[in-house]
Ligand binder design. Structure first.
Ligand code: PLP
Length: 444
Protein backbone atom coordinates (compact mmCIF):
# COMPACT_ATOMS: atom_id res chain seq x y z
CA UNK A 1 0.00 0.00 0.00
CA UNK A 2 2.68 2.50 1.02
CA UNK A 3 4.83 1.75 -2.02
CA UNK A 4 1.79 2.09 -4.28
CA UNK A 5 0.82 5.52 -2.91
CA UNK A 6 4.43 6.59 -3.21
CA UNK A 7 4.48 5.66 -6.90
CA UNK A 8 1.12 7.38 -7.54
CA UNK A 9 2.34 10.56 -5.85
CA UNK A 10 5.53 10.55 -7.92
CA UNK A 11 3.82 10.12 -11.29
CA UNK A 12 1.27 12.94 -11.42
CA UNK A 13 2.40 14.14 -14.88
CA UNK A 14 1.84 10.58 -16.15
CA UNK A 15 -1.62 10.66 -14.59
CA UNK A 16 -2.42 13.92 -16.41
CA UNK A 17 -1.11 12.48 -19.66
CA UNK A 18 -3.22 9.38 -19.16
CA UNK A 19 -6.33 11.49 -18.71
CA UNK A 20 -5.57 13.16 -22.04
CA UNK A 21 -4.46 9.95 -23.78
CA UNK A 22 -7.42 7.76 -23.05
CA UNK A 23 -9.81 10.02 -25.00
CA UNK A 24 -8.52 8.64 -28.28
CA UNK A 25 -6.10 5.84 -27.45
CA UNK A 26 -7.84 2.73 -26.13
CA UNK A 27 -6.68 2.37 -22.54
CA UNK A 28 -4.46 5.41 -23.10
CA UNK A 29 -1.74 3.33 -24.76
CA UNK A 30 -0.57 2.05 -28.16
CA UNK A 31 -0.31 -1.64 -27.15
CA UNK A 32 -2.04 -3.62 -24.41
CA UNK A 33 1.35 -4.59 -23.00
CA UNK A 34 1.78 -0.93 -22.06
CA UNK A 35 -1.37 -0.89 -19.88
CA UNK A 36 -1.00 -0.46 -16.16
CA UNK A 37 -3.35 0.33 -13.26
CA UNK A 38 -4.10 2.98 -12.14
CA UNK A 39 -2.27 4.63 -15.05
CA UNK A 40 0.75 3.84 -17.23
CA UNK A 41 4.01 5.67 -16.65
CA UNK A 42 4.77 7.75 -19.74
CA UNK A 43 8.40 8.09 -20.72
CA UNK A 44 9.99 11.12 -22.26
CA UNK A 45 13.43 9.92 -23.24
CA UNK A 46 16.39 7.64 -22.81
CA UNK A 47 20.14 7.73 -23.15
CA UNK A 48 22.60 4.89 -22.58
CA UNK A 49 21.45 2.85 -19.60
CA UNK A 50 18.94 5.48 -18.44
CA UNK A 51 15.37 6.51 -19.18
CA UNK A 52 13.33 9.34 -17.70
CA UNK A 53 9.59 9.74 -17.32
CA UNK A 54 7.36 12.77 -17.96
CA UNK A 55 7.58 13.69 -14.26
CA UNK A 56 11.34 14.06 -14.73
CA UNK A 57 12.29 10.97 -12.70
CA UNK A 58 15.37 9.24 -14.03
CA UNK A 59 15.77 5.46 -13.85
CA UNK A 60 18.28 2.81 -14.73
CA UNK A 61 16.51 0.90 -17.49
CA UNK A 62 16.16 -2.83 -16.86
CA UNK A 63 13.12 -3.07 -19.18
CA UNK A 64 15.05 -1.97 -22.27
CA UNK A 65 12.02 -2.15 -24.53
CA UNK A 66 11.35 -5.81 -23.62
CA UNK A 67 15.01 -6.49 -24.36
CA UNK A 68 15.18 -4.66 -27.67
CA UNK A 69 17.66 -2.04 -26.47
CA UNK A 70 20.56 -4.29 -25.58
CA UNK A 71 22.79 -1.69 -27.26
CA UNK A 72 21.51 1.02 -24.89
CA UNK A 73 19.44 4.08 -25.78
CA UNK A 74 20.56 6.57 -28.42
CA UNK A 75 23.80 4.72 -29.13
CA UNK A 76 26.01 7.09 -31.17
CA UNK A 77 26.92 4.44 -33.79
CA UNK A 78 23.26 3.56 -34.36
CA UNK A 79 22.46 7.28 -34.53
CA UNK A 80 25.21 7.77 -37.11
CA UNK A 81 23.90 4.92 -39.28
CA UNK A 82 20.37 6.34 -39.19
CA UNK A 83 21.56 9.91 -39.80
CA UNK A 84 23.63 8.85 -42.82
CA UNK A 85 20.75 6.87 -44.29
CA UNK A 86 18.01 9.46 -43.84
CA UNK A 87 19.14 12.03 -46.47
CA UNK A 88 19.47 9.22 -49.01
CA UNK A 89 15.84 8.18 -48.57
CA UNK A 90 14.23 5.88 -46.05
CA UNK A 91 11.87 3.73 -48.06
CA UNK A 92 11.67 2.30 -51.55
CA UNK A 93 10.33 -1.26 -51.11
CA UNK A 94 13.30 -2.24 -53.29
CA UNK A 95 16.44 -4.09 -52.16
CA UNK A 96 19.40 -2.13 -50.76
CA UNK A 97 22.98 -3.18 -49.99
CA UNK A 98 22.66 -3.11 -46.19
CA UNK A 99 20.06 -5.90 -46.38
CA UNK A 100 22.70 -8.16 -47.95
CA UNK A 101 25.31 -7.36 -45.31
CA UNK A 102 22.84 -8.04 -42.48
CA UNK A 103 21.85 -11.38 -44.05
CA UNK A 104 25.51 -12.40 -44.39
CA UNK A 105 26.18 -11.62 -40.74
CA UNK A 106 23.06 -13.43 -39.48
CA UNK A 107 23.98 -16.48 -41.55
CA UNK A 108 27.49 -16.40 -40.08
CA UNK A 109 26.24 -16.09 -36.50
CA UNK A 110 23.48 -18.70 -36.75
CA UNK A 111 24.90 -21.18 -39.21
CA UNK A 112 21.65 -21.04 -41.20
CA UNK A 113 22.13 -20.06 -44.85
CA UNK A 114 18.87 -18.36 -45.92
CA UNK A 115 17.21 -15.27 -44.48
CA UNK A 116 14.23 -12.98 -44.97
CA UNK A 117 13.09 -9.86 -43.10
CA UNK A 118 9.88 -8.75 -41.43
CA UNK A 119 8.82 -5.75 -39.35
CA UNK A 120 8.18 -7.45 -36.02
CA UNK A 121 8.54 -10.66 -34.07
CA UNK A 122 4.91 -11.59 -34.70
CA UNK A 123 5.40 -11.35 -38.44
CA UNK A 124 8.54 -13.45 -38.18
CA UNK A 125 6.77 -16.29 -36.32
CA UNK A 126 3.69 -16.02 -38.56
CA UNK A 127 5.75 -16.34 -41.74
CA UNK A 128 8.03 -19.03 -40.31
CA UNK A 129 5.01 -21.15 -39.43
CA UNK A 130 3.56 -20.69 -42.91
CA UNK A 131 6.89 -21.72 -44.44
CA UNK A 132 6.98 -24.83 -42.22
CA UNK A 133 3.39 -25.67 -43.18
CA UNK A 134 4.19 -25.31 -46.86
CA UNK A 135 7.39 -27.32 -46.56
CA UNK A 136 5.73 -30.25 -44.74
CA UNK A 137 2.25 -30.04 -46.23
CA UNK A 138 0.83 -30.24 -42.68
CA UNK A 139 -1.44 -27.85 -40.73
CA UNK A 140 -0.95 -28.62 -37.03
CA UNK A 141 1.44 -26.43 -35.04
CA UNK A 142 3.07 -27.56 -31.79
CA UNK A 143 4.18 -25.03 -29.19
CA UNK A 144 5.20 -25.01 -25.56
CA UNK A 145 2.42 -24.40 -23.04
CA UNK A 146 2.96 -20.93 -21.59
CA UNK A 147 5.17 -19.54 -24.36
CA UNK A 148 4.45 -16.31 -26.20
CA UNK A 149 5.31 -16.00 -29.89
CA UNK A 150 3.43 -12.87 -30.89
CA UNK A 151 -0.12 -11.78 -31.57
CA UNK A 152 -1.27 -13.66 -34.69
CA UNK A 153 -4.06 -16.22 -34.25
CA UNK A 154 -2.05 -19.46 -34.52
CA UNK A 155 0.18 -18.61 -31.54
CA UNK A 156 -2.37 -16.74 -29.39
CA UNK A 157 -3.01 -20.10 -27.75
CA UNK A 158 -2.00 -21.50 -24.33
CA UNK A 159 0.08 -18.52 -23.23
CA UNK A 160 1.46 -18.16 -19.72
CA UNK A 161 0.42 -14.61 -18.86
CA UNK A 162 -2.66 -15.79 -17.00
CA UNK A 163 -3.82 -18.47 -14.59
CA UNK A 164 -5.87 -21.33 -15.95
CA UNK A 165 -7.88 -23.54 -13.56
CA UNK A 166 -7.26 -26.76 -15.40
CA UNK A 167 -5.00 -27.27 -18.37
CA UNK A 168 -5.37 -31.07 -18.54
CA UNK A 169 -2.75 -33.84 -18.21
CA UNK A 170 0.85 -33.26 -19.41
CA UNK A 171 0.41 -35.66 -22.34
CA UNK A 172 -2.79 -34.02 -23.51
CA UNK A 173 -2.79 -30.34 -22.55
CA UNK A 174 -5.82 -28.28 -23.55
CA UNK A 175 -5.47 -25.58 -26.20
CA UNK A 176 -6.78 -22.33 -24.71
CA UNK A 177 -7.14 -19.09 -26.67
CA UNK A 178 -5.36 -16.07 -25.17
CA UNK A 179 -8.02 -13.37 -25.28
CA UNK A 180 -11.11 -13.13 -27.45
CA UNK A 181 -11.31 -13.10 -31.23
CA UNK A 182 -9.20 -16.15 -32.02
CA UNK A 183 -11.25 -18.58 -34.15
CA UNK A 184 -11.85 -21.96 -32.49
CA UNK A 185 -10.73 -23.75 -35.67
CA UNK A 186 -7.34 -22.05 -35.34
CA UNK A 187 -7.09 -22.83 -31.63
CA UNK A 188 -7.73 -26.50 -32.39
CA UNK A 189 -4.87 -26.56 -34.88
CA UNK A 190 -2.36 -25.45 -32.23
CA UNK A 191 -1.25 -28.09 -29.73
CA UNK A 192 0.79 -27.24 -26.62
CA UNK A 193 3.16 -29.47 -24.67
CA UNK A 194 5.02 -28.79 -21.39
CA UNK A 195 8.53 -27.29 -21.49
CA UNK A 196 11.42 -29.48 -20.36
CA UNK A 197 9.53 -32.72 -21.02
CA UNK A 198 10.69 -34.33 -24.25
CA UNK A 199 8.91 -37.60 -23.41
CA UNK A 200 5.55 -35.80 -23.14
CA UNK A 201 6.28 -34.07 -26.46
CA UNK A 202 6.98 -37.38 -28.16
CA UNK A 203 3.85 -39.03 -26.73
CA UNK A 204 1.75 -36.12 -27.98
CA UNK A 205 3.36 -36.35 -31.42
CA UNK A 206 2.60 -40.09 -31.52
CA UNK A 207 -1.03 -39.45 -30.62
CA UNK A 208 -1.29 -36.77 -33.33
CA UNK A 209 0.22 -39.22 -35.80
CA UNK A 210 -2.54 -41.76 -35.07
CA UNK A 211 -5.04 -38.93 -35.72
CA UNK A 212 -3.28 -38.26 -39.01
CA UNK A 213 -2.27 -34.76 -37.98
CA UNK A 214 1.47 -34.71 -37.40
CA UNK A 215 2.69 -31.17 -36.67
CA UNK A 216 4.32 -29.04 -39.37
CA UNK A 217 6.58 -27.50 -36.76
CA UNK A 218 7.50 -27.19 -33.14
CA UNK A 219 7.92 -23.50 -32.35
CA UNK A 220 9.67 -22.82 -29.06
CA UNK A 221 12.06 -20.59 -27.15
CA UNK A 222 15.18 -22.58 -26.26
CA UNK A 223 15.01 -20.81 -22.90
CA UNK A 224 11.55 -19.58 -21.90
CA UNK A 225 11.53 -15.81 -21.48
CA UNK A 226 8.00 -15.02 -20.37
CA UNK A 227 7.80 -16.86 -17.05
CA UNK A 228 10.78 -14.95 -15.79
CA UNK A 229 13.54 -17.07 -17.29
CA UNK A 230 13.18 -20.87 -17.44
CA UNK A 231 16.30 -22.62 -18.68
CA UNK A 232 16.27 -25.91 -20.56
CA UNK A 233 17.30 -28.91 -18.47
CA UNK A 234 20.47 -30.68 -19.69
CA UNK A 235 19.68 -32.88 -22.68
CA UNK A 236 16.19 -31.47 -23.28
CA UNK A 237 16.94 -29.43 -26.41
CA UNK A 238 19.03 -32.24 -27.87
CA UNK A 239 16.10 -34.63 -27.33
CA UNK A 240 13.67 -32.19 -28.98
CA UNK A 241 16.06 -31.86 -31.92
CA UNK A 242 16.23 -35.63 -32.29
CA UNK A 243 12.47 -36.20 -31.98
CA UNK A 244 11.47 -33.46 -34.44
CA UNK A 245 14.04 -34.69 -36.98
CA UNK A 246 12.71 -38.24 -36.66
CA UNK A 247 9.11 -37.18 -37.39
CA UNK A 248 10.06 -34.72 -40.13
CA UNK A 249 8.83 -31.78 -38.03
CA UNK A 250 10.43 -28.39 -38.64
CA UNK A 251 12.08 -27.16 -35.43
CA UNK A 252 11.78 -23.39 -35.05
CA UNK A 253 13.70 -21.63 -32.29
CA UNK A 254 11.90 -18.37 -31.66
CA UNK A 255 14.85 -16.12 -30.86
CA UNK A 256 12.91 -12.87 -30.78
CA UNK A 257 14.05 -12.46 -27.18
CA UNK A 258 17.14 -14.68 -26.98
CA UNK A 259 18.75 -13.74 -30.30
CA UNK A 260 21.43 -11.07 -29.75
CA UNK A 261 20.75 -10.83 -26.00
CA UNK A 262 22.13 -14.09 -24.60
CA UNK A 263 25.05 -14.55 -27.03
CA UNK A 264 26.27 -13.21 -30.37
CA UNK A 265 24.55 -16.21 -31.99
CA UNK A 266 21.64 -16.39 -29.54
CA UNK A 267 20.26 -19.59 -28.02
CA UNK A 268 21.53 -21.57 -30.98
CA UNK A 269 25.08 -20.70 -29.94
CA UNK A 270 24.56 -20.86 -26.15
CA UNK A 271 22.99 -24.31 -26.22
CA UNK A 272 24.75 -25.60 -29.35
CA UNK A 273 21.61 -27.08 -30.92
CA UNK A 274 20.83 -26.23 -34.55
CA UNK A 275 17.14 -25.78 -35.38
CA UNK A 276 15.76 -25.80 -38.93
CA UNK A 277 14.59 -22.22 -38.59
CA UNK A 278 14.99 -19.24 -36.27
CA UNK A 279 12.86 -16.14 -35.84
CA UNK A 280 14.27 -12.87 -34.59
CA UNK A 281 13.26 -9.29 -33.90
CA UNK A 282 13.62 -7.01 -30.86
CA UNK A 283 17.37 -6.32 -30.46
CA UNK A 284 18.05 -6.83 -34.17
CA UNK A 285 16.83 -3.38 -35.29
CA UNK A 286 18.48 -1.56 -32.37
CA UNK A 287 15.19 0.20 -31.58
CA UNK A 288 13.77 0.25 -35.09
CA UNK A 289 11.04 -2.25 -36.00
CA UNK A 290 12.63 -5.15 -37.78
CA UNK A 291 12.39 -8.93 -37.67
CA UNK A 292 14.07 -11.80 -39.49
CA UNK A 293 13.58 -15.45 -40.35
CA UNK A 294 16.51 -17.77 -40.96
CA UNK A 295 16.36 -21.31 -42.25
CA UNK A 296 18.06 -24.21 -43.96
CA UNK A 297 18.31 -24.37 -47.76
CA UNK A 298 15.66 -27.13 -47.79
CA UNK A 299 13.02 -25.40 -45.69
CA UNK A 300 13.54 -21.98 -47.26
CA UNK A 301 13.31 -23.47 -50.75
CA UNK A 302 9.52 -22.95 -50.58
CA UNK A 303 10.19 -19.20 -50.44
CA UNK A 304 12.76 -19.30 -53.21
CA UNK A 305 10.49 -21.28 -55.58
CA UNK A 306 7.62 -18.83 -54.96
CA UNK A 307 5.28 -21.37 -53.42
CA UNK A 308 5.15 -19.24 -50.23
CA UNK A 309 4.76 -15.47 -50.46
CA UNK A 310 6.95 -14.06 -47.73
CA UNK A 311 6.18 -10.40 -48.28
CA UNK A 312 5.79 -6.98 -46.68
CA UNK A 313 5.95 -3.39 -47.92
CA UNK A 314 8.43 -2.46 -45.23
CA UNK A 315 10.51 -5.68 -45.23
CA UNK A 316 14.18 -4.75 -45.37
CA UNK A 317 13.34 -1.08 -44.87
CA UNK A 318 16.58 0.86 -45.57
CA UNK A 319 16.55 2.71 -42.25
CA UNK A 320 16.05 -0.53 -40.32
CA UNK A 321 18.73 -2.50 -42.14
CA UNK A 322 21.19 0.40 -41.82
CA UNK A 323 20.62 0.35 -38.05
CA UNK A 324 20.83 -3.46 -37.95
CA UNK A 325 24.08 -3.43 -39.92
CA UNK A 326 25.77 -1.01 -37.50
CA UNK A 327 24.27 -2.93 -34.59
CA UNK A 328 25.62 -6.29 -35.71
CA UNK A 329 28.99 -5.22 -37.10
CA UNK A 330 30.02 -2.30 -34.89
CA UNK A 331 28.05 -2.36 -31.63
CA UNK A 332 27.27 -5.94 -30.56
CA UNK A 333 30.90 -7.06 -30.69
CA UNK A 334 32.48 -10.02 -28.83
CA UNK A 335 33.66 -7.56 -26.14
CA UNK A 336 30.08 -6.35 -25.71
CA UNK A 337 28.90 -9.90 -24.97
CA UNK A 338 31.77 -10.44 -22.54
CA UNK A 339 30.68 -7.26 -20.73
CA UNK A 340 27.05 -8.47 -20.58
CA UNK A 341 28.19 -11.77 -19.10
CA UNK A 342 30.21 -9.91 -16.48
CA UNK A 343 27.25 -7.71 -15.54
CA UNK A 344 24.82 -10.59 -15.38
CA UNK A 345 27.14 -12.64 -13.17
CA UNK A 346 27.36 -9.64 -10.83
CA UNK A 347 23.59 -9.09 -10.60
CA UNK A 348 22.92 -12.81 -10.14
CA UNK A 349 25.49 -13.05 -7.39
CA UNK A 350 24.12 -9.92 -5.71
CA UNK A 351 20.51 -11.16 -5.76
CA UNK A 352 21.50 -14.64 -4.59
CA UNK A 353 23.35 -13.08 -1.69
CA UNK A 354 20.23 -11.10 -0.66
CA UNK A 355 18.06 -14.23 -0.88
CA UNK A 356 20.53 -16.12 1.30
CA UNK A 357 20.98 -13.40 3.91
CA UNK A 358 17.25 -12.77 4.36
CA UNK A 359 16.16 -16.35 3.75
CA UNK A 360 13.65 -15.36 1.06
CA UNK A 361 11.68 -18.00 -0.84
CA UNK A 362 13.26 -17.91 -4.28
CA UNK A 363 16.31 -18.14 -6.45
CA UNK A 364 18.00 -16.20 -9.20
CA UNK A 365 18.20 -17.42 -12.75
CA UNK A 366 19.90 -15.74 -15.68
CA UNK A 367 21.64 -16.10 -18.99
CA UNK A 368 23.48 -13.62 -21.20
CA UNK A 369 21.96 -10.20 -20.50
CA UNK A 370 18.72 -11.59 -19.04
CA UNK A 371 17.61 -12.86 -15.69
CA UNK A 372 15.20 -12.57 -12.79
CA UNK A 373 14.50 -13.54 -9.24
CA UNK A 374 11.95 -16.35 -9.29
CA UNK A 375 10.01 -16.13 -6.05
CA UNK A 376 9.37 -19.81 -5.63
CA UNK A 377 10.63 -22.35 -3.11
CA UNK A 378 10.70 -24.98 -5.82
CA UNK A 379 12.52 -25.01 -9.11
CA UNK A 380 10.37 -23.76 -11.98
CA UNK A 381 10.75 -25.92 -15.08
CA UNK A 382 7.56 -25.14 -17.02
CA UNK A 383 4.26 -23.26 -16.94
CA UNK A 384 2.64 -25.42 -14.24
CA UNK A 385 5.53 -25.30 -11.78
CA UNK A 386 5.69 -21.54 -12.32
CA UNK A 387 1.99 -20.94 -11.65
CA UNK A 388 1.78 -23.34 -8.73
CA UNK A 389 4.70 -21.95 -6.80
CA UNK A 390 5.25 -18.32 -7.74
CA UNK A 391 4.86 -15.87 -4.83
CA UNK A 392 3.14 -13.21 -6.91
CA UNK A 393 2.85 -10.87 -3.91
CA UNK A 394 6.65 -10.73 -3.67
CA UNK A 395 7.08 -10.27 -7.42
CA UNK A 396 4.63 -7.34 -7.34
CA UNK A 397 6.32 -5.79 -4.33
CA UNK A 398 9.76 -6.07 -5.95
CA UNK A 399 8.39 -4.21 -8.97
CA UNK A 400 7.11 -1.33 -6.83
CA UNK A 401 10.34 -1.14 -4.83
CA UNK A 402 12.34 -0.91 -8.03
CA UNK A 403 10.14 1.72 -9.66
CA UNK A 404 10.21 3.89 -6.51
CA UNK A 405 13.99 3.73 -6.31
CA UNK A 406 15.02 4.53 -9.84
CA UNK A 407 15.04 1.04 -11.37
CA UNK A 408 12.72 0.86 -14.36
CA UNK A 409 11.07 -2.52 -15.03
CA UNK A 410 8.58 -4.02 -17.48
CA UNK A 411 4.96 -3.71 -16.32
CA UNK A 412 4.31 -7.47 -16.06
CA UNK A 413 5.69 -9.59 -13.24
CA UNK A 414 6.36 -12.40 -15.73
CA UNK A 415 9.15 -10.47 -17.43
CA UNK A 416 12.86 -10.60 -16.73
CA UNK A 417 15.52 -7.92 -16.53
CA UNK A 418 17.50 -7.13 -19.66
CA UNK A 419 20.85 -5.39 -19.37
CA UNK A 420 22.41 -3.23 -22.04
CA UNK A 421 26.05 -3.06 -23.04
CA UNK A 422 26.09 0.51 -21.63
CA UNK A 423 25.06 -0.67 -18.16
CA UNK A 424 27.88 -0.60 -15.63
CA UNK A 425 28.59 -1.93 -12.16
CA UNK A 426 26.83 1.08 -10.60
CA UNK A 427 23.59 0.19 -12.42
CA UNK A 428 23.84 -3.39 -11.21
CA UNK A 429 24.51 -2.27 -7.64
CA UNK A 430 21.45 -0.01 -7.77
CA UNK A 431 19.28 -3.01 -8.65
CA UNK A 432 20.75 -5.20 -5.94
CA UNK A 433 20.44 -2.43 -3.32
CA UNK A 434 16.72 -2.08 -4.13
CA UNK A 435 16.25 -5.78 -3.67
CA UNK A 436 18.20 -5.68 -0.42
CA UNK A 437 16.02 -2.84 0.88
CA UNK A 438 12.87 -4.75 0.02
CA UNK A 439 14.15 -7.89 1.75
CA UNK A 440 15.11 -5.81 4.80
CA UNK A 441 11.63 -4.22 4.99
CA UNK A 442 9.93 -7.57 4.60
CA UNK A 443 11.88 -9.36 7.28
CA UNK A 444 12.33 -6.65 9.94
N1 PLP B 1 8.29 -14.13 -29.94
C1 PLP B 1 8.74 -13.91 -28.70
C2 PLP B 1 9.56 -14.95 -28.00
C3 PLP B 1 8.43 -12.71 -28.04
O1 PLP B 1 8.86 -12.48 -26.80
C4 PLP B 1 7.66 -11.74 -28.74
C5 PLP B 1 7.30 -10.45 -28.10
O2 PLP B 1 7.36 -10.26 -26.92
C6 PLP B 1 7.23 -12.02 -30.04
C7 PLP B 1 7.57 -13.23 -30.61
C8 PLP B 1 6.42 -11.04 -30.81
O3 PLP B 1 7.19 -9.97 -31.20
P1 PLP B 1 6.51 -8.56 -31.58
O4 PLP B 1 5.97 -8.01 -30.30
O5 PLP B 1 7.64 -7.78 -32.16
O6 PLP B 1 5.44 -8.83 -32.56
Amino acid sequence: GREESRLDARTTASKAMYEQAHHHLSGGVASSYQLRDPWPIYLEGGSGSRVWDVDGTEYYDFHNGFGSMVQGHAHPLIGKAIAERFPKGTHFAAPTEDAIVVGDELARRWGLPKWRYTNSGSEATMDAIRIARAYTGRDTVMKIFGSYHGHHDTVMVSIGFQDYDDIGPADNLTSIPYGAGVPQATVDMTVAVPFNDAAAMERRIQRLQTENRLPACVIMEAAMMNLGVVLPEPGYLEAVREITARYGIVLIFDEVKTGLTIAAGGARERFDVLPDMVTMSKALGAGLPMGAIGGTEEVMSVVEDHSVYQVGTYNGNPLCVAAARANLLDVLTPDAYAHLDHLNARIIEGCDDVIRRYNLPGYTVGIGSKGCVTFSEYKVVDYLTYRQNQREDLADLAWLFNMNRGVYMTPGREEEWTLSIIHDDAAIDAYVECFDEMAHELTK
